[in-house]
Write a protein that binds this ligand. Structure first.
Ligand code: UDP
Ligand code: MG
Length: 139
């Protein structure tokens, strides 16, 4: 399993606000190579499956509704130390706590509508990338 890859989604709020380009530019300028990329929309069922790990948390229902509310951009990204470096680039879950210059500080509007997803481990990066992309869709 490649350990130099991570997985991201540009979430519905950021897509709706016209920020695909701005966020993708920040990702590329930070040194990530786009290995796979897809503009798509989750059903509630698929969003529920993607976030299954959060099923017991109080925000799960709202999260599933939100993540299936509009189109997203899913992508696999490659870079040395990809998972940790991407979490640094996106900033804290709550944009009010995100560091200056991070994607969430710039583009997120709330703790729920926080512009981007970033995998939290190499294992989850592989699981999440496999959720969206087949082998033939990775370059
Ligand atoms: N979330 C939310 N309310 C919270 C915490 C999280 O709506 O109190 C949403 C938010 O969109 C977040 C996602 O659930 O990105 C997953 O939560 P996690 O704790 O994994 O944060 P992340 O890894 O995305 O920073
Ligand atoms: Mg997480």
């Amino acid at each position: 399993m490649a350990t130099n890859r991570t997985f991201t989604m540009i979430k519905p709020d950021a897509v709706a606000a016209g920020n695909i380009g701005g966020i993708t530019k920040m990702i590329e300028e930070a040194g990530f190579r786009i290995v796979a990329m897809k503009y798509t929309k989750l059903t509630a069922e698929l969003a529920g499956k993607f976030y299954e790990v959060h099923a017991e948390r109080p925000f799960y229902g709202e999260l599933v509704t939100y993540m299936s509310s509009g189109p997203i951009v899913a992508a696999i990204l490659e870079k040395d130390n990809a998972v940790a470096d991407f979490r640094t680039l996106i900033g804290a879950t709550n944009p009010a706590e995100a560091a200056e210059g991070t994607i969430r500080k710039i583009y997120a509007t709330s703790i729920a509508a926080n512009a981007v997803h970033g995998s939290d481990s190499d294992d989850n990066a592989a699981i999440e990338g496999n959720f969206y992309f087949s082998q033939l869709e990775r370059f």
